[in-house]
Write a protein that binds this ligand. Structure first.
Ligand code: IMP
Ligand code: MG
Length: 178
């Protein structure tokens, strides 16, 4: 499918699924080298990261744990900059290598606040992996350890990302048609 209609908006394909999968391959390759002896716990941020998390985990060939947390900062087409509480974390992170899995880093507000909250559990190290990054608007000063694909500053859906609940299921990435 080259276009999607979600609610009142039209989206056109911008990154086909095989290219997204190549980006996941590249992240997995590095993790298999860098994290295989670190006993990491992956923390996936729901809802958007479910597809990236599944695609990535299938490629990792070392023992690791996975936990899901939920934060919600997005309403409609703009990042609100507001973060709700972190829910769903039951594991002890003390002295653990934590790797956060994000679908997309936009302004960087969500990831910065997530890192801040996770630090309070005293992990030995926190790394960040994001499938997509909008480098034109990312204003954080935190290090992004694993970045899949840099995307333009457009509203995108697919690959787990939604527009008001729709679009998460599509394996290609789509951008809003203005
Ligand atoms: P940030 O706090 O501005 O970095 O936004 C992060 C969160 O907003 C992401 O984890 C996504 O869930 C959501 N988000 C950011 N950009 C987009 C987009 O283009 N489409 C859909 N969701 C987005
Ligand atoms: Mg997200």
């Amino acid at each position: 499918m080259n276009t999607l209609c979600l609610h009142d908006k039209k989206f056109e394909i911008c990154i086909p699924s095989p290219d997204v999968q190549k980006a996941v391959d590249a992240i997995a390759l590095r993790m298999n080298l860098e994290l295989c002896d670190k006993n990491p716990i992956f923390i996936s941020i729901l809802n958007g990261s479910f597809m990236f998390t599944s695609d990535l985990m299938k490629r990792l060939i070392f023992n690791c744990e996975l936990s899901f947390i939920k934060l919600s900062s997005y309403k409609g087409l703009n990042s609100s900059g507001e973060i709700n509480e972190l829910v769903g974390l039951n594991e002890n992170l003390e002295n653990r290598m934590v790797v956060i899995l994000e679908d997309i880093i936009d302004t960087g507000t969500t990831i910065a606040k997530t890192v801040e909250k996770l630090r309070s559990f005293h992990p030995s190290e926190i790394r960040i992996a994001t499938l997509f990054l909008k480098p034109e608007i990312f204003k954080g000063n935190i290090t992004l350890d694993y970045v899949g694909i840099e995307v333009p500053n457009k509203f995108i859906v697919g690959c787990g990302l939604d527009y008001n609940g729709l679009g998460r299921n599509y394996p290609d990435l789509y951008a809003l048609v203005p």
